[in-house]
Design a binder for this molecule. Structure first.
Ligand SMILES: [Zn+2]
Ligand SMILES: [Zn+2]
Length: 198
């Protein structure tokens, strides 16, 4: 009964060359005129559309339909999204968290995986530094935290950034220079002086 009806649906498309939209409209009318038919064959009907959805050649079509449906039904979509979020909140948050963690990992690995100043390599201590300054202003435009990591990836890892640990980063922000650099300069100065004296 069900397969017959679906065949009938495709038969309409083929034989009368109606647009799919019209065929769907026709099917909708038919269903409304036969409300019992649908409830009687609900399971079979679901099974059939599930089979259609699982076919690889229909995946792209589904995406297109879905996109169009969202554009046509923005309010319904909002409600759907809200219901979905409420039902799967924990899984969704977990997934986002994992995605954010991987993004941050990717960015840190790209910029050398350790503090450019002291070599600290524990990811928990590491942050992105704007080599020529202006980090706060830049972040206020493109976003903080995960949005910033996302921006970096989307913009193909700009080369005015590097990795610093929080210690070196804060020292640089407060004193204009990390004490590691100051010490290094002092050491180099002393070495030069010693070299001259000898
Ligand atoms: Zn450091
Ligand atoms: Zn340092």
């Amino acid at each position: 009964m069900l397969d017959k009806s679906l065949n009938w649906y495709y038969f309409i498309i083929r034989m009368t060359k109606l647009s799919k939209e019209k065929a769907r409209e026709y099917q909708k009318k038919w269903r409304m005129a036969h409300p019992d038919w649908y409830s009687k064959h609900k399971e079979k009907y679901k099974e059939c559309s599930k089979r259609w959805r699982q076919k690889p050649e229909n995946k792209e079509k589904q995406k297109e339909y879905r996109k169009q449906w969202i554009l046509d039904n923005p309010e319904k979509f909002k409600m759907q999204a809200k219901r979905h979020y409420e039902k799967h909140r924990l899984e969704i948050l977990k997934k986002y968290k994992e995605r954010d963690r991987l993004r941050r990992k990717l960015v840190i690995e790209h910029y050398g995986n350790k503090c450019a100043c002291c070599g600290e390599a524990a990811h928990e201590f590491l942050a992105i530094d704007h080599i020529r300054g202006g980090g706060n202003r830049h972040r206020s435009i493109v976003g903080y935290g995960n949005s910033f990591y996302n921006w970096i990836i989307k913009n193909n890892f700009p080369n005015n950034l590097r990795i610093l640990c929080h210690n070196c980063n804060l020292a640089k922000a407060f004193y204009g220079e990390c004490p590691h650099d100051t010490l290094k300069r002092k050491k180099e100065f002393l070495e030069r002086k010693e070299g001259k004296e000898n």
